[in-house]
Design a protein around this ligand. Structure first.
Ligand SMILES: C[S@@+](CC[C@H](N)C(=O)[O-])C[C@H]1O[C@@H](n2cnc3c(N)ncnc32)[C@H](O)[C@@H]1O
Length: 316
């Protein structure tokens, strides 16, 4: 999310709320998993759609999000503080083997950005933490303490799509040598701003650097790559996987995964194998990708880069 796109009163405006839940919840008495609880926008609507037999397990690795989830007093609902790549352990602990649908609404929530002391935003001066799960892992400041310039450049280029990755990474390493460490959001934002060749309209020069570091610190792409095959194994036949991404790299991973599972029976026509022996597709694409409407983007500019993919588990 672009820093300027979050609202300032610590609320999170759920993206593609009705569209996601409509595709996800096909059985009122089903078992569902919301892997990214956030402030529970999707979870609350899922609960409204379920009857008394339905169940919803929510996951979030952010302690504050988890604590918000604990406030929902509903016997059909449980929240777990975990990384979604741990979905197997979460479900096993609840005695659940298969589910009817799983939702991923990726990225960061507005409260995470707006709580200045989390270090996600250059709008507030704070320690450069950037961990969604502050109970483990290393902070962005710690990353910047030891990282080699080449690797930093690669992170900025790949995760931030930063054209000036070389120049910015060199400046960061130079500052580290001169002053010892880069510990705060303002310190980092200042280095980036001073080394940008020209001003951009409507975007702070540090936006892409902050995004790149956040993705790296939180292993966001690795988490996604780990969870998708686990979701596939957990879905019942006809179960739905709904994924909302906000970054082209995330969306590429989701798209590739769905396509690979859907095209498992696609081999060259002269391949020496009988068609009944071919592996069968394990996912069907339910609809083409859905993007927020113009109206939604106007109301919630943060939704602008959202894209939702929906796939259904086949019988194989
Ligand atoms: C965009 S917000 C979700 C908003 C939510 N759908 C709502 O309507 O309130 C993403 C949430 O997912 C959490 N998250 C991101 N990656 C995660 C991961 N790998 N494991 C668990 N939670 C994660 C973040 O902490 C954040 O609270």
């Amino acid at each position: 999310m672009n820093q300027a796109q979050s609202n300032s009163n610590h609320e999170h405006i759920t993206v593609l709320l009705h569209e996601a839940v409509e595709y996800l919840v096909l059985k009122k008495d089903g078992v569902y998993v919301d892997c990214t609880f956030g402030r529970g926008g999707h979870s609350k609507l899922i609960l409204e759609k379920l009857n008394q037999e339905g169940r919803l397990i929510a996951i979030d690795r952010d302690k504050t999000a988890y604590e918000e989830g604990l406030k929902i007093k509903d016997a059909r609902f449980k929240i777990v503080h975990a990384h979604f790549s741990e979905i197997d352990e979460v479900l096993e602990a609840k005695g659940i083997s298969k589910v009817d649908g799983v939702l991923l609404d990726l990225g960061i929530s507005s409260p995470q950005i707006d709580e200045g002391d989390r270090g996600f935003s250059f709008r507030f001066d704070a320690y450069l933490d950037m961990r969604m799960d502050q109970t483990k892992g290393i902070t962005a400041a710690e990353v910047l303490k030891n990282i080699e310039q080449k690797e930093l450049e690669k992170i900025l280029k790949e995760y931030g799509e930063e054209k000036f990755a070389r120049r910015i990474s060199a400046a960061i390493i130079k500052e580290r040598k001169e002053v010892g460490s880069i510990e705060t959001t303002k310190q980092l934002a200042k280095i980036v701003a001073e080394h940008m060749p020209k001003k951009e309209v409507g975007q702070d020069p540090a936006t892409r650097t902050f995004q790149a570091l956040r993705i790296y610190v939180n292993r966001e792409l690795e988490e996604l790559q780990e969870v998708l095959p686990k979701i596939l194994e957990r879905l019942k036949t006809g179960g739905m996987m709904v994924v909302i991404s906000f970054h082209s790299l995330e969306d590429r991973i989701v798209k590739q995964f769905i396509n690979d599972e859907r095209n498992r029976d696609t081999l060259p026509s002269n391949f020496p194998i009988r068609s009944e022996d071919l592996p069968k597709p394990r996912l069907n694409i339910v609809t083409k990708p859905i993007r927020p409407s113009e109206e939604e983007v106007k109301y919630n500019p943060r939704s602008r880069s959202g894209i939702m993919r929906i796939a259904e588990r086949t019988a194989y």
